[in-house]
Design a protein around this ligand. Structure first.
Ligand code: NAG
Ligand code: NAG
Ligand code: NAG
Ligand code: NAG
Ligand code: NAG
Ligand code: NAG
Length: 521
């Protein structure tokens, strides 16, 4: 417990002795400002690389690790994260009547890519029926192959998906299909050989319509309550605004588009490279990576559609070691996800694959290092990675009202961010993230900031409770705790008791570098 007198002592001690200490005044409004944005229960959602979907779901029974890891989030928000299955492998998947679940071929691993994606994935009806192993209430989006440019195959896949969700075991599971996504990152097709060079956005729109049309007709899409997720572009090679201007929404299948997805990574590790973790621990870089979407978000919402980051993460091509798998990246996830919400991005789907470095968790045992592919003996058991704690903090912040609003707070420090959430017009929680990097190589006294609150909050000596995301060093890959609990357990269940501190708002609080706090009012 942290009493108010201790906070004062820390304040004075810091002030007198430590020049790296900074006092920050923050005004926290007691009701939502006009600029606040909706904060949906599924803001934190996941995208899964399609090749190894059975490993995530389980084949004969649910994968217990996946279930527990996701249910920790669902308990906090009242709704499981949404799940999109697709990505690169969605354009390498074909349906076959003679395959039961799936049959994949993988290239050999190497040090940059210890867990390469399958080059070919052949699936049968049983593959989509594994959806029943997700948590009750999960809403899913399934990928369809546009890369192959084969109407028959796309229709076969769509029929198998729709049939799966009519299967009684899937129905009883309470898992529902909300969208189909036809094609992943088509703006890269001319680079990755799925179309000739020079493949243009107008060729894309006509290809999409020529396959989406027969798909929608074959499955009676508009009668199923299922819609299309549109765009799913990698970069801004093609944009939602361009496809709207090319009339995609007035085509017959385009009328079934309800959501626009763009993908984003802040860097790419496809050929390796050295990425500084500190560049992710920067408010300016987080904002610089997201504000590029403002015009597309506005164009999408003007047309009455939802806008999501349907696949995202720190560094493309499965993440970079020393960055994506670290505690610093967990703080990046918190700031990035909430910053996205304040820009009107409804959901952020963090991409996950077996053995990928940026995963929130690894749902199965691994026999190769995710960092460099070296053999692991004994096997590494299923486990959470640092970003998982960001997920726990975010879902605690979102809460279970299903009706929250979020606003960014103005914090007068280049690398300390703050957000507040309101329910029923009242301030309920705030989060502060100190992105200043405290690394294993750092020496001297760990810097901290002191947050002083002004506005209605600071009056009346109100007591509130504080949960801290405690991190040893930004470049640690384990040993984090949130509110005193660790999730680094054999089944992703928290160990230890929840410990909160009591905070007197008139006194404010100290926040170490490379740490985050969640305040409940
Ligand atoms: C913080 O706010 C207090 C009270 O409003 C004020 O006295 C003080 O000067 C402010 N400090 C800074 C650094 O702005
Ligand atoms: C299209 O897909 C169908 C079904 O998988 C397959 O039989 C057919 O050969 C494919 N067509 C081409 C041109 O590849
Ligand atoms: C914020 O972080 C970025 C990236 O590490 C750094 O370049 C910048 O100097 C930091 N700003 C402050 C005020 O420390
Ligand atoms: C996006 O983030 C990366 C990593 O922090 C950074 O190197 C890059 O400059 C950022 N881009 C923009 C446009 O801010
Ligand atoms: C890991 O398991 C895969 C699949 O069973 C196998 O092909 C591979 O050789 C194993 N790698 C090591 C390093 O044991
Ligand atoms: C802040 O960091 C200092 C130095 O590592 C440590 O002694 C202290 O316990 C930390 N405070 C909190 C609240 O984590």
């Amino acid at each position: 417990m942290f009493s108010s007198s201790l906070v004062v002592a820390a304040f004075l001690g810091g002030f007198l002795l430590d020049s790296s200490y900074a006092a920050l005044n923050v005004s926290v409004p007691s009701s939502p400002p006009a600029s606040s944005k909706p904060l949906v229960s599924t803001l934190l959602s996941f995208s899964i690389e399609q090749d190894r979907w059975p490993d995530w779901a389980g084949t004969n029974a649910p994968n217990p690790f996946t279930r527990n890891a996701l249910s920790n989030f669902a308990k906090l928000t009242g709704t499981p994260p949404k799940i999109r299955v697709g990505a690169n492998s969605e354009d390498h998947t074909v349906w076959s009547p003679i395959v039961t679940i799936n049959s994949d071929s993988f290239p050999p691993p190497n040090t940059v890519t210890p867990y390469p994606e399958a080059t070919s994935i052949v699936v049968g009806d049983g593959y989509y029926q594994l959806s029943r192993f997700m948590l009750p209430g999960t809403q899913m989006t399934w990928g369809l192959n546009l890369g192959l440019d084969n109407v028959t195959n796309a229709v076969n896949m769509a029929k198998s998906i729709i049939k799966a969700f009519k299967n009684s075991a899937v129905k009883q599971s309470g898992v529902t299909l909300s969208m189909l996504e036809l094609g992943n990152e088509a703006d890269l097709y001319s680079d990755n050989g799925l179309r000739p060079s020079g493949f243009s956005v107008s060729e894309y729109v006509s290809d999409w319509e020529s396959i989406a049309g027969p798909v929608a007709t074959a499955v009676g899409l508009s009668k199923t309550g299922v819609s299309f997720q549109g765009a799913a572009f990698a970069n801004q090679g093609f944009t939602p605004t361009e496809i709207f201007n090319l009339g995609i929404l007035s085509s017959a299948p385009g009328k079934d588009i309800t959501t626009i997805s763009q993908h984003h990574y802040s860097a790419a590790f496809c050929n390796g490279g050295d990425f500084p973790l500190v560049s992710f621990m920067s408010k300016a870089n987080v904002r610089g990576n997201l504000t590029i979407f403002e015009a597309d978000i506005a164009a999408t919402q003007q047309r009455g559609l939802r806008y999501v980051l349907g696949e995202t993460g720190s560094i493309a091509c499965h993440g970079a070691p020393g960055v994506s798998n670290t505690a610093g990246a967990a703080l990046w996830v918190v700031d990035y996800t909430l910053q996205a919400a304040t820009l009107g991005i409804t959901e952020t789907f963090f991409h996950e694959g077996i053995g990928f470095k940026y995963n929130f968790f690894q749902p199965i045992s691994l026999n190769r290092s995710i960092v460099d592919g070296s053999p692991l003996n004994p096997l590494q058991p299923p486990q959470v990675q640092p970003s998982y704690y960001a997920g726990i903090l975010l879902t605690t912040f979102i809460g279970s009202s299903g009706n929250a609003q979020v606003v960014e707070l103005s914090v007068p420090d280049d690398n300390v961010s703050g957000y507040a959430v309101f329910e029923g017009g009242k301030l309920v929680r705030a989060v502060f993230v100190n992105l200043h990097a405290w690394l294993q190589s750092s020496t001297g006294t760990r810097p901290s900031v002191h947050l002083s609150f002004s506005g209605a909050l600071s009056q009346g000596g109100k007591k509130t409770s504080v949960r801290r995301l405690v991190i040893g060093h930004a470049d640690d890959t384990k040993g984090l705790t949130f509110a005193g609990q660790s999730f680094e357990t054999s089944d992703a269940s928290p160990s230890g008791k929840v410990t909160t501190e009591t905070l007197d708002l008139t006194k404010g609080l100290d926040l170490n570098s490379t740490q985050a706090v969640l305040i409940t009012f």
